[in-house]
Design a protein around this ligand. Sequence first.
Ligand SMILES: [Zn+2]
Length: 85
Amino acid sequence: MKKVLQCYICDDEFKIGIIEKHINECTYDWNIEEVDKPEEERIPVPLEPAEFTETLQRYKLGLKKQKHEESTNPSEKEFYPVPSD
Ligand SMILES: [Zn+2]
């Protein structure tokens, strides 16, 4: 599984766990630069490539699965049945 993803805005590579935060910052920086240009010269933020989205989703699913496996581990799970009468 891929551990790093390339930012589709600045082309730098980042760990998958922090890439979303980076994309937010990168988008913000992009817009700050563009806003100084005349309107007809501004370039919109590049669209998120499908491959990028897929890799990120696969990574998140992997995390969820890991968490699920941890929480269903019987040695860590304590269960108190509520008596009913
Ligand atoms: Zn970037």
